[in-house]
Each structure stands twice: as structure tokens, then as C-alpha cells.
Design a protein around this ligand. Structure first.
Ligand code: FAD
Length: 435
């Protein structure tokens, strides 16, 4: 069978392009490295890759909360990393923390306003409703606001009419209330697209500067497809690998950001925060934000302080920052990601505010701990302006990139909505809807 376009990866970017282009009647081949997982098991599939978070400064005791080893989380399966998302839907453009309405919807030089609105409609984004807010989250809001920290409902891609409030969004939604990219993959299949899962793409084939096909491994054999247009959406950790295997090296694998975060937590007997919908509200502070977040990683830290920390007794607040896009994917696939003075300062500010809120809630200051630094939004490794142009076109004719790797700066906000908007824009361009 001949295909018009091949899409590599089924995450936020790949699934969106496949859905949009299949609606136009184009013959789409979707190639995905991973498998389909059962709903409710996603958390078992999260991969953690260590980050070499070299500090290029020596932090003073103000930063004693910093913990290592740092890790980056992602998933390689149908739906990409989206099935484990907490459904947070922010307009995550690089300048969104400039407080300027004119730049809020722009990434690099492209204005994504229309596509962000369309993506919000498709994903059924709406604010976290007050009646689903649990008592611990409510208390965080009250205490935060009493300290002058404005709290607002988090926009979520959850159909709250179906949500049973189980708080287990990270497992994959058993109630079918949360959007994830498998919904778009399924739509693409209904529109006639072909999906090959367990297909590991190794490289893009090209001749005389034009795409001629794709090579990969399927059922332990090398397999080729001839195709003239390829959308690469293998995620910010894998897209660079495929580009390099294909002989495209300039600027590739550099500029990595990941929206570094920590969860600051403490012991609060019987608070039962672990059963509430996570990250129901947020408090924005320009390049970072705070949001209520239960983390199991807090428990051993509390236990090391002699506290019998059952999940019901743990309260936490996430501090997530727009880190500098200064990381690198090494040839051996390890990650180098220096922590800068600015990153440290942002984490420090967020930590201090979180401690104040927790203490205001009645947490004993001596019980307060902080998780190791983590990242869950890798991006920037095939950035617009460096590896692709404003139309997401790479140096080879017929090759486009549509995943988090094209975002040039850390948004410091959950990026799925933005990646979806970027992918929609590319689909419009390719189908001639956008001149
Ligand atoms: C625990 C957690 C919670 C999160 N919560 C949120 C949230 O609430 N809101 C939000 O906006 N973001 C959230 N994120 C981040 C978000 O999920 C990612 O930023 C987003 O999914 C990235 O989209 P992508 O298209 O770039 O890549 P991905 O979604 O990672 O998709 C890449 C796809 O490419 C496939 N692939 C890779 N290599 C190959 C290959 N060689 N051949 C074929 N296929 C390949 C992968 O298997 C995968 O399916 C969260 C992340 C984590 C880990």
C-alpha cells in the first residue's frame, strides 16, 4: 500500500498530526516504537532516565533542600507520555510568563492563538471545578491566599461529567474522563490511517536533499517504507537520535529543557491528600508556579526523619520552573543538564513559598522535606530557528518535526496543549489550509 505521509510517534504531537491529516483523506502510516498498554497500568511504564545535573555554582545552605539524583520521566508506548499526564492544560508558550497578552500565544515567531483555542476545544479543556476540590487542596488555597499568593483553578483536559474524582490520573484514566493521545490515534484509525506499533524507526532515508522513505526494525527485521513526506514526532529524547542516524546533526540534541520540578512536603496526620485530584489549582509566579501535588517520593524522606508516613499523612506542593534550555543529549544517550544560578534561585523561591504555605496549614517545619529534582517535559532538542524553520521543516525536503523538541525555550508550564497546537498548525500547512 502506498502512503502519502508517515508519522513517527503517537504522543501529543504525532497523534494530533495523524488525526488532522487523516481527516483530510490522506493515507497516513503511523509508526510507533511502543505497545498499547491497558488503561490503569500506565504508571508501570514510566521510564526514568538519570540527568547529570552538574551544578555550575556552589549553593549555600539556603539550598540544602536540593536532592539528587535527578531524573527525567517519559513513556514510550501508544499515546506517548500523555496517558500518565495529570491533564493540566496551560498555554505554555515560551513567553507566557512575560505577562504580555501579545506574546502569550507565540512560540518563536509563530502565533498559535487560533490553534490553541482549537486544541482547547478538541481536548475539552475546562477549569478544575470547585465541587471536586478536596479539603486538603482547599486548605492549600486558603493558606496560600492568606499569605498573598493568588490561587486559580488549573485548566484540565478532563470531562468532569465522567470524572469519579479518584485522584489516580497518573495511572491512565479508568473512568475515560481524561483526554490522552490514544483518543486521537483511534480517530485517525477510524479515518483510515494505518498503525504499526512495536515498529522502531531508526532513520529517515533521503537522496539529493529529499525524503525517500523510512527505515526501522519490526519483528527483529530491518524494514523500509517508501514515502515522500515524514512527520517526526518521537519526542524530545528520541527525535534527535533519529535525526542524527539520518545524517542531520547541526544543533540537534542541544538546548534541552525539562521544566525541572521538586515536590515540597510534610507530615499532616490524616490529611488524606493522596486521594484528591492532583494539581487542581496553581499559583503563578512568572517563570515558576506552585501546585498541590502528592508524591510517594516524600514518604521515605519523612520516614528518615522518624515519621510514620502513611500515604494518608503526606501533604505536598510542587514547584515547577522554566529551566534554562542548556542541556544536551550525549551520544551514549545520557543527559547532561547543568543547573544554573537562575534555576537554583527559582527553585529556592518556590521552596520558600511552599514551606510558608505548609507551615500555615499546620505542618511542623521540622518535618518538611523536598523530593529530588525531576523533569517531565523534555523539549528543545530540535528547536525552531535551529533545526526546523517556522513551518517546522527540517533541512531535508519533505521532513517535518512536530513534538516538544521544536519548542525553543522551557515553557515552565505543562506543554501538551501547546504541542497539540503546533501539530495542528503543521497539519493545516501540509493540507494547504494555511497559506
Ligand atoms: C508523570 C507525567 C505527568 C505529566 N503531566 C502533564 C500534564 O498534566 N500536562 C501536560 O501538558 N504535560 C504533562 N506531561 C508532559 C507531557 O506528557 C509531554 O510533554 C508530552 O507528552 C510530550 O509530547 P511529545 O509528542 O513531544 O512526545 P511523547 O508524548 O513522549 O511521544 C513520543 C512518541 O514517540 C514514540 N517513539 C520514540 N522513539 C521512537 C522510534 N524510534 N520509533 C517509533 N516511535 C518512537 C514514543 O514511543 C512515543 O509514543 C507529563 C509528563 C509526565 C511524565
Amino acid at each position: 500500500m502506498a502512503f502519502d505521509i508517515a508519522v513517527i510517534g503517537t504522543g501529543a504531537g504525532g497523534a494530533t498530526v495523524a488525526r488532522e491529516l487523516s481527516k483530510k483523506g490522506l493515507k497516513i502510516l503511523i509508526l510507533e516504537k511502543g505497545k498499547r498498554h491497558r488503561v490503569g497500568t500506565s504508571v508501570n511504564y514510566i521510564k526514568n532516565i538519570p540527568m547529570d545535573l552538574k551544578l555550575n555554582v556552589i549553593p549555600d545552605e539556603k539550598y540544602d533542600f536540593l536532592r539528587f539524583p535527578a531524573e527525567l520521566m517519559y513513556i514510550e508506548d501508544v499515546g506517548g507520555t500523555t496517558p500518565v499526564s495529570l491533564a493540566n492544560a496551560c498555554y505554555a508558550c515560551s513567553a507566557c510568563y512575560s505577562n504580555s497578552a501579545t506574546t502569550q500565544f507565540k512560540i518563536h515567531d509563530i502565533d498559535l492563538f487560533k490553534e490553541l483555542i482549537e486544541a482547547s476545544t478538541d481536548l475539552k479543556v475546562n477549569p478544575f471545578p470547585a465541587d471536586l476540590m478536596g479539603p486538603a487542596t482547599r486548605k492549600i488555597v486558603e493558606c496560600g491566599e492568606s499569605l498573598g499568593f493568588f490561587m486559580e483553578p488549573m485548566p484540565k483536559f478532563i470531562d468532569f461529567s465522567k470524572c469519579d474524582g479518584c485522584g489516580q490520573c497518573i495511572q491512565g484514566c479508568m473512568a475515560g474522563a481524561k483526554w490522552d493521545a490514544t483518543h486521537f490515534v483511534n480517530e485517525a484509525l477510524l479515518n483510515g490511517a494505518t498503525l504499526l506499533s512495536d515498529f522502531f524507526v531508526t532513520k529517515i532515508l533521503h537522496e539529493n536533499g529529499e525524503v525517500t522513505g523510512i527505515e526501522g526494525i519490526f519483528e527483529d527485521k530491518v524494514k523500509n517504507f517508501q514515502v515522500k513526506k515524514v512527520i517526526l514526532a518521537a519526542g524530545a529524547l528520541n527525535t534527535p537520535q533519529i535525526l542524527k542516524n539520518s545524517g542531520i546533526n547541526e544543533g540537534v540534541g542541544e538546548g534541552l529543557f525539562c521544566d525541572l520540578f521538586i515536590t515540597v512536603g510534610g507530615y499532616l496526620k490524616g490529611v488524606s491528600f493522596n486521594k484528591e485530584i492532583p494539581m487542581g489549582v496553581k499559583s503563578e509566579f512568572g517563570p515558576y508556579f506552585l501546585s498541590p501535588h502528592f508524591s510517594n517520593q516524600l514518604r521515605p524522606l519523612l520516614e528518615s526523619k522518624g515519621l510514620n508516613a502513611n500515604p494518608e499523612d503526606v501533604i505536598g506542593i510542587m514547584v515547577k520552573i522554566a529551566d534554562e534550555a542548556n542541556g544536551r543529549l550525549n551520544e551514549d544517550k545520557s543527559i547532561y543538564k547543568p543547573l544554573t544560578v537562575r534555576d537554583l534561585e527559582l527553585l529556592g523561591e518556590g521552596y520558600e513559598k511552599s514551606v510558608k504555605i505548609l507551615v500555615e496549614m499546620g505542618v511542623n517545619p521540622s518535618s518538611i522535606v523536598s523530593t529530588p529534582i525531576r523533569g517531565a517535559h523534555p523539549g528543545g532538542t530540535a528547536a525552531m530557528g535551529k533545526v526546523v524553520d517556522n513551518n517546522l521543516k527540517a533541512e531535508i525536503k519533505g521532513l517535518y518535526i512536530a513534538d516538544a523538541s521544536v519548542i525553543p525555550q522551557a515553557p515552565g508550564r505543562p506543554p501538551i496543549l501547546t504541542i497539540t497546537a503546533i501539530a495542528k498548525r503543521l497539519a493545516k500547512k501540509l493540507s494547504g489550509d494555511l497559506k
